[in-house]
Write a protein of this length. Structure first.
Length: 131
């Protein structure tokens, strides 16, 4: 697979993918935000949000490390699923008053950004339609 990132730079590893880099920043933000959650949530919403966030970047990395475009696309699909899961959890945390409106809004914006980048990467990996 001959891959390039958004600036056209050659992708040598998943670490060169801007979407992976943004997903890691999102994960850091989730860990920081959930640190303030009540201790009784450590095995509930806290763990679920952290697991979903980690899963986004992990699936991007695993997919990029696979042997075929089809496998990469499959793992990007898994990353999108984890992104949707985390979006739901951020909404729930906001409604429960665990996240301030500002933090919730920032996270939702980051989720949207990562989602758009995942969609663009998926489009770039799909073969052009036959005419």
């Amino acid at each position: 697979m001959d891959e390039h990132n958004e600036r056209g730079d050659k992708v040598r590893t998943y670490r060169d993918l801007h979407v992976w880099q943004k997903a890691v920043v999102l994960t850091e933000e989730v860990y920081a935000a959930t640190r303030a959650f009540p201790k009784d949530q450590i095995y509930g919403l806290t763990a679920q949000m952290r697991r979903a966030a980690v899963s986004i970047a992990s699936n991007i990395a695993e997919g990029q490390g696979r042997q075929s475009r089809g496998e990469f696309l499959q793992f990007l699909g898994h990353a999108r699923g984890s992104l949707a899961e985390l979006g739901t959890q951020v909404t729930i945390a906001g409604r429960l008053g665990r996240l301030s409106p500002d933090v919730e809004e920032t996270m939702m914006a980051r989720l949207g950004e990562v989602g758009r980048m995942l969609n663009a990467l998926r489009r770039s990996l799909k073969p052009p339609p036959m005419s």
